[in-house]
Structures are given as C-alpha cells and as structure tokens.
Design a protein around this ligand. Structure first.
Ligand code: ATP
Ligand code: MG
Length: 435
C-alpha cells in the first residue's frame, strides 16, 4: 500500500492508504477552510478516527510554530465527554495530521436543518455545549470559532465539539476574525469581533453559544440577511426576534446570551444557574484513567511549571513518548530527539551534561535549573538542548533535542561521547526517538 506521507491536497478521497503505518486512511469526511478531514482506522486497535490534515507551510509561514505547539499541548489535555479528543499529532515534512476521536453521528446541524428541535432537545444540546465550553474556559482555552461545522454528534447522538484549542492555529492563518468571517458566514461572530475592538475569548464563545441555542430552537438564524452589511448592522445592534413558540424563560436567556455588550453578557456560571438551563441538568462526571498525574497542575496553560521550576508531564506527554514523532520538528526539520528516564536530580544531570560537553570543547550557551543548551562541533553545526521535566517524585524525564546530521560529526559527538557519558544517570531508555 502506498504511504500518504507525501500526498498533496490531491489525495484521492476514496483511497485506502496507510499513514505512518498506523492509520488506514479512508473516505474524505469534509473540507475546512484550511484542512481536509478523512476517516481512518487505527491499524492496531481497529478504532475509527478522523484525521485532519493541514499543510505545514501554512503554519510555518506565520512563524508562530511555538505558539501552535503550545495550543496543541493544551488541546491534548482536554478530556470531556462533549469534546472531540485529540488523540495524536503526527507530522512529516509537508503536513501536520491531527488524529481526532471520530464523531460518528455527523454534524448536529444536519439534524436541525431537517426540522427545528423541541425546547427540551434544544436544552439538552445547549447543556452539553455549555458543559464543554465551561470546562475549557476554566482551563484558559477558548474556542473562538464555535459554529455548526464544529458541532458533531457521536454514535449515541451526544454532542461533540471539535476544534477546541485550535484557534491559534487558524487565527494565524486568518490573522483576524473579520478576514475569517468574510471567507464564510459572519452569522456566529460576536459584534466586538466585527468591530475589530479586540475581544475576550470567553465572551465571544458565549455569544456563539447564544446563536447556536437560537438556531436549535428556531430552525433559522437570529441575524440574517442576503446583504452582508445589513447582516453586520443587525449583529451590532443586536436586532433579533425570537419565534412565537419560545417560552418566556428561554427568551430571557437568549437576550442575556445575545447581549451586544460583552461586559454585561451572561457568564458560564450565570448560565448554569439560569432557571431555563437548570432543568434536568446533570453535571458531567469525570473519569480519570490511572495515567492522569496530578491533573490540576496542568489545567491552566500558564501553570506548566511547579514550585521547583521543573515542568511536570501529564499522561498525554507520557503517551506521546510512543508516538514516534513530535512537534519539535516543526521548528527545524533537521531536529532529532530522544527521551530518557532518570532518578538523578536535575542539578546532577545538568552538571554531567556540562562536564561532558566541555570535555568535547562544546560551548554552553544556556544553563538553567532544568535545561542546558550547548553548541559546537565541526563548523558549529551541532546544537543540543537538554530539558528535564519532573514525572514523579522520584523520576525525571531527560529530553534531549539536537540538530546534527545522522552521519556527520554531530552524530558522533552525541552517540560516542555525550550519550555514554550520561549512561550512569539514565534509569531506562525511552522507547521512541523523534525520528
Ligand atoms: P475550519 O477550517 O474552520 O475548522 P471546518 O470546521 O468546516 O472549518 P474542519 O474542522 O476541517 O472544517 O472539518 C471539516 C468537516 O469534517 C466538518 O465539517 C465535519 O463534517 C468533518 N469532521 C471534522 N472533524 C471530524 C471528526 N472528528 N469526526 C467526524 N467528522 C469530522
Ligand atoms: Mg472544524
């Protein structure tokens, strides 16, 4: 079977191909503005997945790869029954592949298009939506692009919100909200985005949730007009009318959601206490699997370090050890890496790296509590960064990333000098290298 690693956008939609020997890629599920989404099967587990393929060039052009990496690592940590899970991220020279949980039931709005939902059903989906949105907001993650295409259903017809956390990715491709909305419909976009005032991600998501609730109940959009300028004006002014079948409580909630002033717009906490919303609302219970380590510490994107300034890894980081690829290669295609476990203290590991490196006449350019960077070698073409992350109280992960050549002098420095120099400190060799 041919590999699709290098396939371009012209990949035939019906082709049966294997991605990295792991996923059998099948039919095309849909197109986004910048991606194609395929159905695929995990060769090992037979599980269905969706694979979203994005051209790497589009991301790198923005020069914000580090930002994208951060967003991805946040997204990987989101675990909620109403959010499509990001299972893995794979990359090759040309593309990034997001391996996503497969939402078998298709798009929610395909169902609304057939007929509007009862108030009871509208509430059920809205509750699931707010549960997902609240979960992400409390972790500092905003969607900023909530719209029908991103609301999917699983096999039990439960809501699955997709693309959470990918906003940085799409925003740099479409640098502002307005540009993006001109590509599609502005119908779901909050007035403060249209007026380019700068906006609060949480408030913008709430507005979009208001539009979604309106559509579920009414079967049509609250702000709509064939003339875009008229539509914008309606959004700015918050001019909408609820259909006659809307109950007074729902009407009240809609007017709080579609408040054009982001300052006074209802918050997630207020929604959860709203009388219409509260009916039959069941808070989601979370089941953490045994790999989830001290989850609270990684919940917020800003809390990636602990008191001793070491990064703490979570279950996804550990699982991604075996993925065979990592996104560090987004930054430089020549970069390779390896990870090891160690029981030694970070201080001791750093000390040893410096000692060996200096013995090889390499220059230490950065030295901190948990990382060290050295350069040198023939024509200074060897660059190595060692970063230490706390895994458990006893164990740390030593992550070595280097730019060298497989056969060149750099490889020799690593393989013959530094690696053996560290061997006493290494508890166990990690199963995967980045290449
Ligand atoms: P954008 O580029 O703004 O994200 P989009 O949301 O329309 O636009 P994609 O996220 O690329 O585009 O998805 C395209 C289509 O593929 C979706 O509309 C949906 O029908 C389908 N799709 C996406 N993710 C999944 C998934 N996890 N399971 C099943 N189908 C999916
Ligand atoms: Mg999408």
């Amino acid at each position: 079977m041919p590999a699709i690693e290098d396939a371009g956008d012209d990949l035939p939609s019906t082709a049966e191909k294997t991605l990295f020997g792991k996923y059998e890629v099948g039919r095309l599920l849909g197109y986004g503005a910048f991606a194609k989404v395929y159905h695929a099967r995990d060769v090992r587990t037979e599980q269905s997945v969706a694979i979203k393929a994005i051209n790497k060039q589009r991301i790198l052009k923005g020069g914000l790869a580090a930002n994208v990496k951060r967003e991805i690592s946040i997204m990987r940590r989101l675990r909620h029954p109403n959010i499509v899970r990001l299972l893995e991220v794979l990359a090759n020279k040309k593309k990034i592949y997001f391996v996503l949980e497969f939402a078998k039931g298709g798009e929610l709005f395909a169902k609304v298009a057939k007929s509007r939902f009862s108030e009871h059903l509208s509430r059920r989906y809205f509750q699931q939506l707010i549960s997902a949105v609240g979960y992400c907001h409390s972790r500092g993650v905003y969607h900023r692009d909530l719209k029908p295409e991103n609301l999917l259903l699983d096999e039990n017809w439960n809501l699955k919100v997709t693309d959470f956390g990918l906003s940085a990715l799409t925003e740099q491709i479409r640098p502002d909200g307005l540009l993006h909305t001109l590509c599609g419909t502005p119908a779901y976009v909050a007035p403060e985005i249209l007026s380019k005032k700068g906006y609060d991600g949480a408030k913008v998501d709430i507005w979009s949730c208001g539009i979604i609730l309106f559509v579920l109940n009414a079967g049509y959009l609250p702000f709509n007009d064939p003339n875009l300028m008229v539509m914008y004006r309606k959004i700015y002014n918050g001019e909408f009318r609820v259909p006659r079948w809307t109950s007074p409580d729902l009407k009240r909630l809609l007017s709080r959601l579609l408040d054009t002033n982001p300052q006074t717009r209802i918050t997630v906490d207020e929604i959860i206490n709203d009388p219409w919303f509260k009916i039959d609302y069941k808070e989601v219970e979370f089941h953490c699997d045994h790999l989830e380590l001290k989850d609270d510490e990684y919940d917020s994107p800003t809390s990636t370090s602990t008191s001793d300034n070491l990064k703490v890894m979570n279950a996804f980081d550990i699982i991604s050890f075996s993925s065979g690829y990592n996104l560090s290669r987004l930054l430089d295609d020549r970069e390779v890496g390896e990870r090891f476990l160690s029981t030694a203290s970070p201080e001791k590991i750093i000390e040893k790296v410096v000692e060996v490196a200096e013995g090889e006449r390499l220059t230490v350019v950065t030295r901190r509590e948990s990382c060290v960077k050295v350069v040198g070698g023939h024509n200074c073409n060897f660059v190595m960064a060692v970063e230490i992350k706390r895994l458990t109280d006893e164990l740390v992960v030593v992550e070595v990333r280097r730019i060298d050549s497989e056969v060149g002098p750099g490889h020799h420095i690593w393989k013959d000098k530094i690696r053996p120099g560290l061997s006493n400190l290494l508890y166990k060799t990690g199963p995967a290298s980045c290449r």
